[in-house]
Design a protein around this ligand. Structure first.
Ligand code: ZN
Ligand code: ZN
Ligand code: ZN
Length: 158
């Protein structure tokens, strides 16, 4: 666990850009990992985790620190192009299980699909136009009724 020490907190804060105000992402001005994550101190600790421990509470055993700002930003390209990996604003951080961390990410496939509002051919996934069904693997899957009708009509005409 990271020890909370006033000098450690000061050394930390001097590397943070807080000019955007309390609600903005506080971007790390110090060193980054090759994946674009902020790192802090001689141990190269993940800076967002250190921020959480210094300013919120110790991270409970087995939990990871998730970036809420990343989860909320559907336009984030993810990967090393993700600016949120440099964010250490404690208001944007939450300690969660690794499982929740993955489930919440806008970059995991189920979430990407859930965020879509239209079928691949541009029909809206409105309640009237959407079938919900389960795949063989038990995953929920949406199907566009308009497309389905057109497929059936095309088959009948053939
Ligand atoms: Zn942020
Ligand atoms: Zn991001
Ligand atoms: Zn459709």
């Amino acid at each position: 666990m990271t020890s909370v020490h006033p000098l450690r907190l000061r050394a930390f804060i001097t590397q943070v850009d807080t000019t955007g105000g309390p609600d903005a992402c506080w971007l790390w001005r110090g060193d980054l990992t090759t994946d674009g994550y902020a790192r802090f101190g001689k141990q190269n600790d993940p800076a967002h985790r250190v921020a959480y421990e210094l300013m919120v509470r110790p991270v409970p055993d087995g939990l990871v620190v998730d970036h809420l700002c990343h989860n909320a930003d559907q336009s984030c390209p993810g990967g090393t192009g993700c600016v949120h990996r440099r964010c250490v604003n404690p208001a944007h951080l939450e300690a969660v299980t690794q499982r929740d961390n993955l489930l919440r990410s806008p970059h995991t496939a189920p979430n990407r699909n859930a965020a879509k509002t239209h079928c691949p051919r541009g029909h809206e996934y409105s309640p009237e136009n959407t079938y919900s069904r389960r795949t063989a693997k038990g995953r929920a899957r949406r199907e566009c009724k308009t497309c389905r009708r057109e497929r059936i009509a095309a088959r009948a005409a053939a």
